[in-house]
Design a protein around this ligand. Structure first.
Ligand code: SF4
Ligand code: SF4
Length: 116
């Protein structure tokens, strides 16, 4: 499953640079599929189903706390043995998102969508 940041977040920013998929953004910041990925052209988000151009600016998921874009989170599969955001978070608020239970294959497909 993807990782989600809870409202326990203290906005320290430690997790953001650790994400290999650039899936973590500061609260109130907009996001794009193309940020930190090799994606070009149009895309359909594997979780949200959002169809858009990868350079299209998207609305923030949270205005108050750092947030994770589910469509870009692979639980670090393909890069690391464990979710790096959860590993560095000082208050343990990067947790499994029960709404998105994905297999290893699905997570790898997501990674390949972003980085091939
Ligand atoms: Fe990024 Fe990995 Fe955290 Fe997902 S689990 S948001 S890929 S650091
Ligand atoms: Fe929030 Fe944890 Fe990320 Fe710090 S490391 S910004 S507390 S989610």
């Amino acid at each position: 499953m993807a990782i989600i940041i809870t409202d326990e977040c203290i906005n320290c920013g430690a997790c953001e640079p650790e994400c290999p998929n650039n899936a973590i953004y500061e609260g109130a910041d907009s996001w794009r599929f193309s940020d930190g990925t090799a994606m070009t052209g149009s895309v359909k988000g594997k979780n949200s189903g959002l169809e858009t151009n990868v350079d299209e600016v998207q609305e923030p998921v949270s205005d108050e706390y750092y947030y994770i874009v589910t469509d870009k989170c692979t639980e670090c599969v393909g890069f690391h043995d464990e979710p790096q955001c959860a590993a560095v978070c000082p208050v343990d608020c990067c947790v499994d998102d029960p709404n998105w239970r994905e297999t290893e294959e699905e997570l790898l497909a997501k990674k390949e969508q972003m980085h091939l």
